[in-house]
Design a protein around this ligand. Structure first.
Ligand SMILES: Cc1cc2nc3c(=O)[nH]c(=O)nc-3n(C[C@H](O)[C@H](O)[C@H](O)COP(=O)(O)OP(=O)(O)OC[C@H]3O[C@@H](n4cnc5c(N)ncnc54)[C@H](O)[C@@H]3O)c2cc1C
Length: 351
């Protein structure tokens, strides 16, 4: 999610010059021509008109925008493929300023019946309104039925086929790529995803209760099978009683947990809220890596990855800065807190 390009030039029809301007990333652009928005299917080369069918407020700063492909024609196979294997984004255009920013589509709602949301025709974006932010403020002001132009998909990270376990550090809307990973791993039996989700305020994750991470007492099923709900559940550390009210994203995460369980994979989430003085700490990560080793039948580092996604400051704090080299965004060296920890051979990738 994080950093912005200094300058990128991507050749395509009429030569598109992409200039980075924002502190939070995404891409600004200028046109060589103004006529490349007539394609009916989402594609990475030109903007496609979508209709904003609904706006669902999540908190005082964030909203889910549901966008439907205006032509109604099915989007290309490539979109189905990116859902299966990758973390990906689309660019949203602000037409007056001729700028665009990247946003990460949320997966289709796991709790809904198959086919109710067609993942190729409807896209849902969780967008936080940045104070003074050009594109995020613009989309928040749009009324339903407005036209929004999208370009993509842009693959941010390809999940290797041998991925068996992901520890995901998500800050704020960084939960969107974490949910994409949950969606992709869902149908991989035995694959495991643990999300550490940090928010500034509780309003973004109302009712979210952390899944227990403690090793089970002797005589009970221990480790991953319990932790991910594949067997008898371990009681959550915070409370065993589910709260009466759950926020939209928390509910979706709960539905994803059920769905992954029924597919034989595992998902668990821990919540951290700045306002409650509950922050992700290195011990949360260290404990997870240790438990992973302890509970693996055949401990192996292969296929184990830590993904970090959120605002620039969040990524930098945990994994160090991403770099821009030759007009392309690169991972840069592992720095930050993770750079100082014994990661037991886990790979780190900054989103
Ligand atoms: C791959 C990727 C995926 C992303 N996915 C999501 C997502 O799913 N959801 C989401 O909400 N965001 C996401 N983002 C972030 C998003 O692309 C935008 O960066 C974000 O919405 C802010 O864009 P903006 O145009 O509203 O703000 P901008 O206009 O870019 O401004 C950003 C901030 O910088 C400040 N600022 C701007 N100019 C200046 C200046 N000259 N001096 C000082 N301060 C300044 C603004 O006040 C604002 O607070 C993603 C980013 C990337 C790279």
């Amino acid at each position: 999610m994080g950093s912005a390009p200094s300058i990128i030039v991507r050749p395509h029809s009429g030569m598109l010059v992409v200039l980075g301007t924002s502190a939070l990333g995404g891409a600004a652009y200028r046109y060589g021509t103004a006529s490349d928005s007539d394609d009916t299917s989402l594609n990475p080369h030109s903007f496609t008109p979508y209709t904003l069918v609904s706006k669902q407020p999540i908190s005082s700063t964030s909203t889910i925008f549901t966008l439907r492909n205006r032509s109604g024609s099915p989007d290309p196979e490539s979109l189905k493929n990116v859902w299966k294997h990758s973390v990906w984004s689309v660019q949203v255009k602000q037409p007056q300023l001729q700028i665009a920013r990247a946003y990460t589509p949320l997966p289709p709602h796991a709790g809904r019946a198959e086919g109710v949301q067609d993942e190729t025709q409807e896209l849902r974006l969780l967008i936080r309104k940045e104070e003074g932010g050009e594109v995020s403020t613009y989309v928040h002001k749009l009324p339903e039925q407005s036209t929004v132009e999208l370009r993509g998909p842009n693959v941010e990270h390809e999940l290797p086929h041998n991925t068996k376990e992901v520890l995901f550090l998500a800050g704020g809307t960084g939960i969107a790529p974490a949910m994409q990973v949950a969606h992709a791993l869902r149908s991989k039996p035995g694959a495991r995803l643990h999300i550490l989700w940090a928010n500034r305020n509780r309003e973004d994750c109302v009712g979210g209760q952390s899944d227990g991470l403690q090793a089970a007492p002797p005589g009970r099923l221990s480790g991953w099978r319990s932790m991910f709900g594949l067997e008898e559940p371990v009681l959550p550390q915070e409370s065993a009683t589910p709260p009466a009210k759950q926020g939209v994203i928390v509910k979706e995460l709960e539905a994803m947990k059920d769905s992954s369980k029924s597919h034989g994979s595992g998902l668990s989430v821990e919540y951290f809220v700045d306002d409650e003085r509950k922050f992700i700490k290195p011990v949360n990560i260290a404990r997870h890596l240790k438990l992973s080793d302890q509970n693996d039948d055949a401990p192996s580092k292969e296929g184990k990855v830590i993904l970090v996604s959120g605002p620039d400051g969040f990524i930098e704090h945990w994994a160090g800065k991403k770099l821009w080299i030759g007009g392309r965004e690169a991972q840069g060296p592992l720095g930050g807190v993770l750079g100082q920890m014994d990661l037991r051979g886990w790979q780190v990738y900054k989103l």
